[in-house]
Design a protein around this ligand. Structure first.
Ligand code: NAP
Ligand code: 8YV
Length: 328
């Protein structure tokens, strides 16, 4: 197949390696954002693919009648209306597995920084205070003796669990369903999990089902020695309740890589010394982001050359292959 003639829309910013490969393989159509009004004349009818790391809503999908596939940059695809895409017969792909270990490493680093206050200790040294004032204060919290609860025991959750089990910490988790063949303790509610542990790590996806699931009740259940870490999605947390819990001692500390309205971080979190804050860097190494970019493009190539995507999301996994559609 001559893929060079296939229009692939790229709304907004995309990883440069993905852009380079898409423009070398397909007819790439960059637009500023996912708004069909920005498409060159006639392109809305011709477009067959979208590659994006931005919001793709139902209106944009509906504006592209020939759309076959949306390749999302990221394993989390809450920005894409995958349910609507499925109803329209449009495949959605994401980038699982290639980032799992990187994000799990980040989660563990963030947990340790939060508990042992290593960023504050480094700032103390760099400000000349070690030389001028003496040793940095002992950290009130320790990882020793903690028990860990993972909200979202999927690919990344399991990778975090394996790491922390090797640290000698007991692991429990909450998902909608128990995971087969794992040694970890299952809780069928998030608040039940929070009450059973003192360290809650969220690796849950965004979307309506998890919206502000980590709320005041869950934080109260975690308790005054509690540490909350989030590498999943900011939307899963009631940030006002979290800021209040950090301020009034309902929990001890939080480590956050993700926020509800990125890149805007609430002042009530920025001002807290017991919050360790990262700018969504879970997967952000050169090697891992390049692997994600490759998987975005490999999905497009596989769809147009073999008729089957490599990593479709669950909502669109049962859609028929390309060949079956052409015969229908
Ligand atoms: P995954 O394998 O699909 O795991 C997600 C887990 O969450 C599943 O075990 C799922 O189990 C559970 N879950 C989903 N909805 C739930 C709900 N409503 N209530 C309770 N549990 C629920 O995905 P993954 O590859 O581990 O990635 C997880 C998430 O991490 C992504 O969606 C993304 O948001 C985030 N992420 C962040 C970064 C970063 O840079 N910080 C990087 C990569 C990924 P059940 O289906 O049984 O409920
Ligand atoms: C990416 C992520 O940084 O994969 C995900 O779900 O959150 C991160 O790996 C993000 O998707 C790129 O915008």
């Amino acid at each position: 197949m001559d893929t060079q003639r296939i229009p692939i829309i790229v709304p907004g910013r995309l990883h440069p390696h993905a852009v380079e490969r898409i423009s070398a393989t397909f007819r790439m159509v960059p637009i500023a954002r996912a708004d069909a009004a920005l498409l060159p004349d006639g392109l809305a009818g011709e477009a067959r693919g979208v590659a994006a790391m931005t919001q793709i809503d139902a209106a944009f999908i509906d504006a592209l009648p020939g759309l076959e596939i949306i390749a999302n940059f990221g394993v989390g695809y809450d920005a894409v209306d995958a349910g609507h895409a499925a109803r329209r017969g449009v495949i959605v792909t994401n980038t699982p597995d290639v980032l799992t270990d990187e994000v799990a490493d980040t989660a563990v680093g963030l947990l340790i920084n939060t508990v042992r206050r290593l960023p504050q200790a480094e700032a103390w040294l760099r400000a000349g205070r070690w030389r001028g004032e003496g040793a940095f204060a002992l950290s009130p919290l320790t990882l020793r003796g903690r028990s860990v609860g993972i909200f979202g025991m999927g690919r990344i959750g399991l990778a975090v669990a394996r790491r922390l089990a090797a640290f000698g910490l007991p692991i429990a988790y909450h998902n909608r369903r128990p995971v087969a063949d794992t040694p970890y303790t299952y809780h069928d509610t998030l608040v039940g999990l929070a009450a059973a542990v003192d360290t809650l790590i969220s690796v849950a996806p965004g979307g309506a089902a998890t919206d502000r699931a980590v709320n005041a009740e869950v934080l109260a259940a975690l308790g005054t020695d509690g540490v909350f870490v989030n590498v999943g999605r900011g939307s899963t947390v009631d940030e006002a309740a979290l800021a209040a819990a950090l301020a009034d001692g309902t929990i001890a500390a939080a480590g956050l890589d993700v926020f509800a309205d990125e890149p805007n971080v609430p002042e009530a979190l920025l001002s807290r010394d017991n919050a360790c804050l990262l700018p969504h860097v879970g997967s952000a190494s050169v090697a891992t982001r390049r692997a994600m970019a490759d998987l975005v493009v490999d999905n497009l190539v596989a769809w147009f050359e073999t008729g089957r995507p490599l990593t479709p999301v669950s909502e669109t996994a049962a859609l028929p292959p390309r060949g079956a559609r052409e015969q229908a």
